[in-house]
Structures are given as C-alpha cells and as structure tokens.
Design a protein around this ligand. Structure first.
Ligand code: SF4
Length: 356
C-alpha cells in the first residue's frame, strides 16, 4: 500500500507553539545548498511563523568558489592540448569576461563529467592530452578526489592533474557568525556530516551559543530539525544534535576522513563573499604536488573582482535574501546568470527564482 501523503501540519503546529514561547525574531540558517533547494521546492520558508526566518548560507560549492579561482580556471581552459573535466554547474559560472561555456564554444576542450573517476579514465584513453579535473566541493566530494589521486599515483598516471578548490564547511559557518550575520541556529548539512560526524559542530555551537542540528533532505526532516533547534533555543541548550540519524553516525566516516588526510593538508582558502578563511580549504600534501594543476601550469594570481552589482557575497553570508539584490529577476536570471548563486540549482538565487 502506498504511504499516505506527508502532512506537515503536526510539525508546523509544534513550530508555531515554540515560536510563540520565544516571542522574538529567530534566524535559522540552512548551510547546505541541497537544503536550500529542498526548502524552496517544498515551500517551507513561507510556512514559518512570522518570527522564524529561514536564511540560506554558504553551502553551495559552485557559489563559494572565489572569483579569483574562476578566472584562473578560465586561463587554464584556454591552454592548447589540455582537456578540462568538470561537473556541469561550473560550466555556466560567469567570469568577468567569459565562462567555461563560452570558452568551449570558442574551441576549448571542456568536458562535463558525472564523477571524478571519468577524468582518470579519460586520461588513460587519451594519453597524448593533459587532463585537468576541477576539484570543487566540500567534504562530501573531497574524499572521492583523494581516492582518485591515490589511484592515479598507484598507476603512475602522468597526464592527469587537479585544480584544487575544495572547502571545509565548519570554518565557513564560523566566518558567517563573525561576519555580522545574526544566526540563532544552524540546519547543518546532512551529506557533509556523514563524513565529518556531528561532533564537528560541537565547538562552534558552544563557542557561539548557537545550536546546530544535522538534518536530512525531506520536508519532514527539515521541519523536525527546526522543532529541535527551537527546543534548544527555548531551553538555552547549544550543542550539536542529529535529526538525520538514519545516515549520520557518531564519528562520521573515518575511512573517508583518513583517505582525505592522506592526500590533503588543511590550508587557508579564499571564499566568495567571506574572503580568506583560515584553515578552511585543502591543498595537496608535498608527496602529491605533481598532481597539482596550479603547480604544473603556473597561473597568475587573479583579483577577486565581483561582477558589477552582484550581491552574491551578501547572500552567501545570510545578510540579504536574493530578492534584495537589485539584479534579481532583472539582469540576473537562470538563463542569463550574473553571479554564481543563480547558476546551480543549489544556489540561493536560483532556488528563490524557481520556487518564489
Ligand atoms: Fe548575484 Fe544574481 Fe543573486 Fe544578484 S541575483 S546576488 S547578481 S546571483
């Protein structure tokens, strides 16, 4: 027998009851782009009581890649004899004067792949070409890239390298709090937490007195996590809690984390909108620098100049909602994005454009 349709009302009633007890404005940030998309698709933002505001955060990998990295990637793409492999969303991210999509139309060899493994296979098939994989994303994707680098190292693959722009989520959450955005609670990312474990948020939660609830991606998950966050706020109980217990286990995935730390060191990294955040990115350990595309093909440092008028940085810090950007729905649409937050379906502006 099919399951009955989900009725949000019992959870919404619990949210309304707690919101009435708190009786002050509460801002809850969903950190992860997949949550932003899920919340938009299910219309949960508009179901909140007036004093509960859901704010999007810096958890869309394409959106937080710095403009400086985007410009360097474009320079790389123009190199003769080089094939650039990337996940689809990166292709449409606008640079200041171009994008990978435009470079591809102009003749650059840019291939959209669905897994990093395809880059290794391509390098094996076309050993006369240099293949570069754009390694972008959080702890969800970086262990897979680490595994691939170990495999390429083991096989002695010489024509494959990686443009590393991997990021770590917890330092970005701290940067949001330090950057002037008032956040009363975090919906912490489900997929990342499978790897890093819920304990990773504990220090942040205690230091800033902000509860974090690791959340799944169904509307029922998000609503239940909001109830949990409001309970923490009512009771003055910061800490890290798990709603998504069917996937997230204490300690996370140690094997994945060990693989990641075999290949990468933690380093400072530049984020769109958040600037350089200490110890928020990954760099290859010295034993693997031959796989570093930025070493293999020296690239100039590029300034992080934002597209004129674009407020992506403020959106990513939770300082404004997408419709507050003057370009939203005007010059900037999913068909013609001005900033990266309008490109990916996980971007806050694209989700708001699509779902209202
Ligand atoms: Fe950037 Fe466009 Fe969003 Fe404005 S609407 S913040 S330009 S992506």
């Amino acid at each position: 027998m099919p399951a009955p349709p989900f009725d949000p009302e019992p959870l919404l009633a619990r949210i309304r009851q707690r919101a009435a007890v708190i009786a002050r404005p509460i801002r809850i940030m969903e950190v992860c782009g997949t949550h932003t998309h899920a919340i938009g698709r299910s219309g949960l933002r508009s179901l909140m009581p007036p004093n509960i505001e859901l704010v999007s955060g810096p958890g869309c990998p394409v959106c937080v890649t710095s403009q400086s990295d985007i410009e360097r990637i474009l320079i790389l793409a123009r190199r003769p004899g080089l094939t650039l492999c990337t996940f689809g969303d990166m292709v449409r991210v606008p640079g200041l004067t171009s994008s990978l999509e435009r470079e591809r139309s102009a003749g650059a060899d840019i291939r959209v792949v669905y897994s990093a493994m395809e880059a290794l296979e391509l390098a094996g098939r076309e050993d006369g070409r240099e293949v570069v994989f754009l390694a972008v994303g959080f702890e969800t994707t970086s262990p897979g890239v680490a595994s691939l680098i170990l495999q390429a190292d083991h096989q002695g693959v010489a024509n494959l390298s990686f443009f590393i722009s991997h990021k770590l989520i917890v330092p970005a959450m701290e940067a949001v709090l330090q950057g002037g955005s008032r956040i009363d609670g975090f919906l912490a990312p489900g997929h990342v937490s499978v790897i890093i474990g819920p304990e990773a948020y504990e220090g942040l939660a205690i230091r800033y007195s902000v509860p974090c609830v690791v959340t799944g991606f169904e509307p029922a998950d998000v609503l239940e996590a909001i109830v949990m966050l409001l309970d923490c706020i009512v009771e003055g109980r910061p800490g890290s809690f798990v709603q998504y217990a069917r996937a997230v286990k204490p300690g996370g995935n140690r094997r994945a984390w060990e693989m990641l730390t075999r290949v990468f060191d933690i380093t400072d990294a530049e984020w769109r909108g958040l600037g350089v955040i200490p110890r928020s990115g990954l760099t290859l350990k010295p034993a693997f620098t031959r796989f570093d595309a930025a070493e293999r093909y020296p690239l100039p440092e590029m300034p992080s100049v934002q597209p004129p008028g674009c407020r992506c940085g403020d959106v990513l810090r939770g300082l404004i909602h997408p419709p507050e950007c003057p370009l939203f729905r005007q010059e900037c649409t999913p068909r013609n994005p001005v900033g990266p937050c309008m490109v990916s379906s996980e971007g806050s502006c694209a989700a708001r454009y699509t779902y209202g």
